[in-house]
Design a protein around this ligand. Sequence first.
Ligand SMILES: C[S@@+](CC[C@H](N)C(=O)[O-])C[C@H]1O[C@@H](n2cnc3c(N)ncnc32)[C@H](O)[C@@H]1O
Length: 259
Amino acid sequence: MAQTGYVHGEPDDEEVSRLVRQAEFVAGFSLNTFEAPPGARVLDVGTGVGAIAAQIARLFPGIELTGVDVSAVQIARAKALHPVATYLVADGSSLPFADESFDCVHMSWVLEHVEDPIAILRETRRVLRRGGVGHFSEVDHNTLVVWPPIDGLDTTMTVMNDVQRAAGGDPFIGARLESLVRAAGFTNVHMRRAVLRGDDDHEAERVELQTQFAGLLESLGEALSEADMVQARRVAAALRGLGPGSYMEYQPVIVRASG
Ligand SMILES: C[S@@+](CC[C@H](N)C(=O)[O-])C[C@H]1O[C@@H](n2cnc3c(N)ncnc32)[C@H](O)[C@@H]1O
């Protein structure tokens, strides 16, 4: 089984709200390059509480959607909260499906948490029909820009990134996602960065980035020491308090490829 270094804890109600809001935000800049005609067999790997599956189902009506996650707790919540798919507990590196079972595979914010991302990518390619589409979104925490500077933000991001790396993950995986997808055997690989920026002219985007990153830091409760968590909560409050004249930018990576 693939080692999973998931650092955001079990999905209590607060964490579910964060994931739902994140999925709504993500759909706007990620799923605009996802395609699935009615009747398409679509697999969402690492579906979590089903928040992104709900967005996929909303945007692509009539598809046959399956969601898998290695965590039974996440799958139980997905079934209860977002009954838009057939949900199964399964490890992305060992999927319980025959070769070429799906027309499209979607996977967001999963590979950043695993020790062997190529094993999961190879497995997603195995279950994708030849010529089917893989759509992968990933983080690159090196791209976060915040103005004016927030005291302790760099230290807190470093602590969070180090915790994720110690657990086997990679908070900068977006930078190498394209080459990982190629190494897993996909063809027609197309990589793009979504430039998310918020400033006085893009107020809604700024509020969203403030909320997303503050929520991310606050969700680290059990992964950080108490002292680091006090600092993370202080930084999160400062992020939420950014006002007129401030600026935030972040560039996640989205790779689309053929199986
Ligand atoms: C940050 S959440 C993303 C959830 C969802 N994809 C979304 O975009 O809202 C990462 C999810 O990946 C799952 N995960 C981690 N390692 C996995 C693996 N080896 N196989 C399947 N799921 C995995 C975790 O349990 C968690 O639910």
